[in-house]
Design a protein around this ligand. Structure first.
Ligand code: ATP
Ligand code: MG
Length: 183
């Protein structure tokens, strides 16, 4: 590998595009999480880490990052509302999640544009169908009971690019760029 490529590979970061709740919504999500699983079953996602992934890029070097940022600059997407009104449990990853039962066209279009754009920058993304959700808890030993949360309304007017770093005490997310939605 030439030295310039080695440097770029060494500078690679783990990145993903996401919708990032404001503090008020984070509090309501944390309340919902406590209502659903409060018996020591599973590991809560820290309130400051709660997010909805739009596109997971994985290891991204500096050249690819510049490419995906330029791609995101060119995206035009209206603001939209999400109703987080469905919770569920996926047994294989053992996660408890909350999601909108209806996917607004704007969200579908935004996620698809980011996926397609990132692939155009040479990244290979997860080929499974996109399922919008926020993970509330991980590593549940057993499915949660039948407690429910009131629906949470989310007015989405921006999306962000996040760097994910694995630390001994857990994962740390840093928002590195943000883009507004609207006309
Ligand atoms: P950790 O992997 O350290 O336990 P994490 O899963 O929260 O923590 P990342 O692996 O960086 O951190 O993932 C960031 C976000 O992207 C999470 O919402 C995760 O569920 C999602 N994600 C991770 N890998 C993929 C993938 N291959 N396809 C789609 N989404 C993914
Ligand atoms: Mg992960």
């Amino acid at each position: 590998m030439p030295a310039s490529e080695r440097e770029q590979a060494a500078a690679a970061e783990r990145l993903f595009f996401a919708l990032w709740p404001d503090d008020a919504l984070r509090r309501r999500l944390a309340q919902c999480r406590e209502r659903l699983a409060n018996d020591g079953n599973g590991r809560p996602v820290p309130a400051e880490n709660l997010h909805l992934t739009l596109a997971f890029l994985g290891r991204t070097d500096t050249r690819q990052r510049a490419c995906v940022e330029a791609m995101a600059d060119a995206i035009r997407c209206p603001a939209f509302e999400l109703q987080l009104n469905r919770t569920g449990y996926w047994p294989r990853p053992r996660v408890l999640w909350i999601a909108p039962s209806e996917m607004p066209e704007a969200l579908k279009g935004l996620a698809a544009a980011l996926h397609g754009g990132a692939e155009g920058c040479g990244l290979s993304l997860d080929a499974r169908p996109y399922r919008a959700h926020l993970t509330l808890m991980r590593k549940l030993a057993r499915p949660p009971g039948d407690a429910r949360c009131p629906p949470l309304r989310w007015s989405v007017d921006r999306f962000v690019l996040v760097r994910s770093t694995t630390l001994p005490q857990g994962v740390k997310y840093d928002v590195v760029r943000e883009w507004g939605l609207g006309e």
